[in-house]
Design a binder for this molecule. Structure first.
Ligand code: AHR
Length: 504
């Protein structure tokens, strides 16, 4: 039987709520259609933003939202997206199909959306085709409470109060679509940009540099991380230094031909994809170990501001659209369990992307909207936000799948946190076919058999099950209240479970 032991007094760290963050890009139908329909649309909206999407996202407590990209960010000029919508330029989205961007969704619309869903804004500035001046001005426009010309312009455009944007990314994937810049050269760019992106409003700027490509065939390139930090120079990591960065962002997608299609995959492809998702932990370990060389006191947080499944269907010319099955839900849960396990270093993550693109939480079709299995994982996991992560020891057999290559994944993974004397434990059963009996033990805590346990479970008859616009509730969680008994719990095949129990 699988044993799950929660070491209640072994604290890993505070779980930063930003670990449950999201990402939207001007790409396909993510922003336009998925979020922005315009004030004249027949789809119910608030100042042009879809009401159904706002309500659904609010419920999962999205902590932070990254925008405008992605690759799009390094060719985006923020001045195109402010002022009279009718006068905004029509620009070409060179990264995603040379589509026309009307710029109807710009800075004000983004901030409006963040406020409506309850998320902190995280803006990625343009390093690739932009300048430190442009980035500096964007910060002033957003955050300056005084009477400068840029602050006046913001006020004239409808926002008397500053936006107080704390999180700022300095370019995106500089090793690729952001300009193919080597790490040392990028470090110099970061120092220049960061020096001028000042704390205009006193909201406490948190600057995030782009990190390595997690999908590099040689795993994460340790050299890339070391060369970047060497280029940053140690003093730029110290408090009070203008060119310092606070976060360093890894990207890693669960992708590859071995995983099959979004809804059409074999059992072996199912395991291949889960194994690829579990590789996230190896990337985290590699990057954090390399960061420790230059930042031994761990002042710089690890951010993973793009991650998620990228199935064969998702191609640039299809707007990176794909369906989302119970298998994707497991990928989300595996990642979140890993992030919680590394809560002492991982300060923010952003799943790609919120609506209609890649591992979306929400899919839309004109006026219809559906919640994907991944959405339900975020809803189930929200209790971890701002709680204290504690150690979980899982003794579980590996599930072995023989195919072109032999794949082994642990049958069960877990993560736990404590807040206000309540323990919250999240578990996955990764077997596609077998249920799993789990013996739970809370080390250092006496739990009597009658203790009430709240259980929420996401399961389905087939790992390929997914929600459709015709049948939007095929995969959805079920809740029940039980008692602790002997601490034995049965996890259905390919399922995600959340358990809450009072410790006193
Ligand atoms: O999320 C889709 C794309 O994937 C982003 O634009 C880019 O940063 C990454 O390669």
């Amino acid at each position: 039987m699988t044993q799950v032991k929660v070491v209640v007094d072994e604290v890993i760290g505070q779980i930063n709520r930003n670990i449950f963050g999201h990402f939207i890009e001007h790409l396909g139908r993510c922003v336009y259609e998925g979020i922005w329909v315009g004030p004249d649309s027949k789809i119910p909206n608030t100042r042009g933003l879809r009401n159904d999407v706002i309500a659904a996202l609010r419920k999962v407590k999205p902590s932070v939202l990254r925008w405008p990209g992605g690759c799009f960010a390094d060719d985006y000029h923020w001045r195109d997206g402010i002022g009279d919508p009718a006068a905004r330029p029509r620009t070409v989205n060179i990264n995603w199909g040379y589509s026309i961007d009307t710029n109807a969704f710009g800075t004000h619309e983004f901030i409006d959306f963040c406020r409506l869903i309850g998320a902190e804004p995280y803006i990625c500035v343009n390093v690739g085709t932009g300048t430190p001046q442009e980035a500096r001005d964007w910060v002033e426009y957003c955050n300056f409470p005084g009477d400068s010309s840029l602050a006046r312009l913001r006020k004239a455009n409808g926002s008397e109060e500053p936006f107080n944007v704390k999180y700022w990314g300095i370019g995106n994937e500089l090793w690729g679509c952001g300009g193919s810049i080597p790490p040392r050269d990028y470090a110099i760019e970061v120092r220049r940009f960061a020096s001028f992106m000042r704390d205009f409003g006193g909201c406490g700027m948190y600057k995030i540099a782009c990190g390595p490509r997690g999908n590099d065939p040689c795993l994460v390139r340790r050299d890339w991380v070391l060369e970047f930090f060497e280029g940053m120079q140690t003093q730029t990591l110290s408090d009070g230094c203008r060119s310092r960065v606070d976060g360093f962002a890894l990207h890693y997608y669960t992708r590859g031909a071995g995983g099959g299609g979004d809804v059409d995959f074999t059992d072996h492809e199912y395991y291949w994809l889960l194994d690829a998702a579990l590789a996230m932990e190896c990337r985290i370990k590699q990057v954090r170990t390399a960061m420790d060389v230059y930042d031994p006191s761990r002042k710089v947080g690890l951010v993973i501001d793009e991650w998620g499944t990228w199935h064969l269907q998702a191609k640039g010319d299809t707007g990176l659209e794909q369906q989302n099955t119970m298998r994707d839900a497991l990928v989300a849960a595996l990642h979140l369990n890993i992030f919680i396990k590394h809560a002492d270093k991982v300060v923010m993550t952003n799943i790609a992307q919120t609506v209609n693109v890649l591992q979306a939480l929400i899919l839309t079709q004109e006026e219809k909207m559906l919640l994907t299995p991944t959405y339900h994982v975020y809803d189930m996991y929200k209790q971890h936000q701002d709680s204290t992560a504690v150690r979980v020891l899982v003794d579980t057999p590996n599930v072995v799948s023989e195919g072109d290559e032999c794949i082994e994944v642990p049958q069960v993974t877990g993560a736990a946190s404590v807040r206000d004397d309540e323990l919250f434990l999240t578990l996955t059963n990764n077997s596609i076919s077998d249920e799993c009996e789990v013996q739970l033990e809370l080390l250092g805590v006496d739990i009597d058999a009658a203790r009430e346990v709240k259980i929420e479970q996401l399961k389905s008859g087939d790992a390929r099950d997914h929600n459709t616009f015709e049948n939007p509730d095929i995969v959805r969680p079920e809740s029940r209240v039980s008692s602790w008994g002997k601490g034995v719990l049965t996890l259905p095949p390919h399922s995600v479970t959340a358990i809450a129990v009072r410790l006193k």
